[in-house]
Design a binder for this molecule. Structure first.
Ligand SMILES: [Fe+2]
Ligand SMILES: [Fe+2]
Length: 481
């Protein structure tokens, strides 16, 4: 990561103080559920939480906790949890979702007794009956002025406004991460061709950087997967598959070691192709029968390559299975045909198979030499669900890609051309976009807007446009700023 992007990533992230404060908030929230307010454990945790809160308040005044699209913010800075912290937060996140709560503000100076009363109050609520509005009223009646609840709906709406600067920083950081990953894939391929040992640590490191990025922001990496215009698509394909797999893995709530193994396997899924003739891989026309017979050797060649060129360990074992199974299909109609007892496909192989098919079909650079629009690919995949894919995983993948995935170029009702940057979970037809052109031509300074905000409701997406047909360069739109 370059210095600028590293700094950019740091500025939007919360520090240790915020992380500890939020963790102790979750712990106290849970304890209040289990024990009475005069219990010694509760009292001790409440004192600890209040001390941290008061310390931070001295620097920042009011303190806000927000949960937006599954991510946590303290004073608008994103908090990254380790797996332990995340599991503590999950049940509260679920409860808040039911109640429509998106966050809480501690007004400066909140007193310790107000804070304790607040936790006692939250412990008594009934998710089936209450909602954020009724609870806010009850807090007022109880005269707990030090604490305010925030509604989830209003936070989702203000998200677009708040974070243009944050989006810019994430996009810069994503680019650096993505292209580093691609160069690592290239290095792996070169070493494999020369039959040299592959550096596992370097590959793991790049997977970890991708995980770090996706847990704070998935859109800007997905956006980069829309670039199909590379001299050699092989490296981009493995990187794209890795990004899709990790995004799915994060949404599934896999822990970090699992994500690491999943991303690692994704990067190696097609390594067997290195052993096939280059002319076949880069053949510009559609494959004939003989080409297919050749191509279908790549899973087994992959297994051999991984076992020969990588040190054996858990990551390697996982990668072997991914390479072997990613074309097998859920009903075993794919390849290679296995003669041993048919076991259901491994979870990672099922994830890789979805990510791989999507990238291969949308790029038009892997098997079919014709690209198919994302929405059509998702439709095709849906039809093949029972045969090829895991229905549950495909549903999550559908949610990630959405109607207009990040990186899609669209035409608006105002005759403007825009690049989709982030899907809005609350209104998927109205994403956050960058307007890059209008009737008079391309804009020198693109405009960033959230189509879901009321002031932009006169602008609607008409349809996706194929940029090449208009002589537009997606790569340039994505990489320009
Ligand atoms: Fe493959
Ligand atoms: Fe592939």
């Amino acid at each position: 990561m370059s210095n600028t992007s590293a700094e950019a990533a740091v500025r939007v992230l919360a520090g240790e103080d915020e992380l500890r404060l939020l963790t102790s908030f979750f712990v106290l929230y849970k304890t209040a559920r289990i024990v009475a307010e005069n219990n010694a454990t509760f009292r001790k945790q409440a004192v600890g939480f209040y001390r941290r809160l008061a310390e931070l308040m001295e620097d920042t005044g009011d303190i806000s906790f927000k949960m937006i699209s599954g991510r946590y913010f303290v004073n608008e800075r994103m908090v990254r949890f380790d797996d332990l912290g995340l599991s503590g937060a999950a049940s509260i996140q679920k409860e808040w979702k039911t109640l429509g709560i998106g966050g809480v503000i501690f007004n400066c100076p909140a007193s310790q007794s107000e804070i304790e009363q607040f936790f006692g109050f939250m412990a008594r609520i009934k998710p089936g009956q209450d909602n954020v509005e009724s609870l806010s009223e009850q807090l007022k009646t109880a005269k707990l002025a030090g604490v305010q609840l925030l509604s989830a709906a209003s936070l989702e709406k203000e998200k677009g406004h708040l974070s243009e600067e944050m989006r810019r920083q994430f996009r810069t950081a994503a680019r650096s991460t993505f292209f580093t990953a691609m160069s690592v894939v290239q290095e792996v391929v070169v070493n494999t061709v020369q039959n040299r040992e592959i550096n596992i640590s370097k590959t793991k490191r790049v997977v970890h950087t991708l995980i770090d990025h996706i847990t704070r922001d998935e859109s800007s990496l997905i956006e980069l997967t829309a670039i199909k215009d590379y001299d050699d698509y092989t490296y981009a394909h493995s990187t794209n598959v890795c990004v899709y797999c990790l995004t799915l893995g994060v949404r599934l709530g896999l822990d970090r070691p699992r994500l690491s193994q999943l991303g690692f396997s994704a990067l190696f899924h097609d390594i067997g192709k290195v052993k096939l003739p280059k002319d076949l891989i880069h053949k510009p026309d559609a494959f004939d029968e003989n080409d297919w017979i050749q191509m279908q050797r790549h899973p087994l060649l992959g297994v051999k390559t991984i076992l020969r060129n990588l040190k054996l360990g858990e990551h390697t074992a996982r990668a072997v299975r991914g390479a072997l199974e990613h074309h097998i299909n859920a009903d075993f109609t794919g390849y290679p045909s296995l003669h041993y007892q048919k076991r259901p496909m491994n979870l990672f192989s099922r994830i890789i198979s979805i990510a791989d098919t999507f990238d291969a079909l949308t790029s038009g650079r892997v098997y079919l030499k014709k690209s198919i629009p994302p929405e059509e690919v998702l439709r095709k995949m849906h039809y093949q669900m029972k045969v090829k894919f895991d229905a549950f995983l495909l549903k999550i993948f559908n949610d990630i890609i959405g109607i207009y995935p990040a990186g899609t170029v669209v035409l608006l009702t105002t005759d403007e051309i825009a690049l989709v940057l982030t899907i809005n979970e609350h209104d998927r037809a109205r994403p956050y976009v960058k307007i890059v052109g209008n009737r008079s031509g391309l804009l020198t300074t693109p405009e960033w807007i959230d189509l879901s905000l009321p002031e932009y409701h006169h602008r609607k997406i008409v349809r996706r446009v194929e940029p090449e047909r208009y002589g537009l360069d997606v790569k340039d739109f994505i990489l320009r700023d």
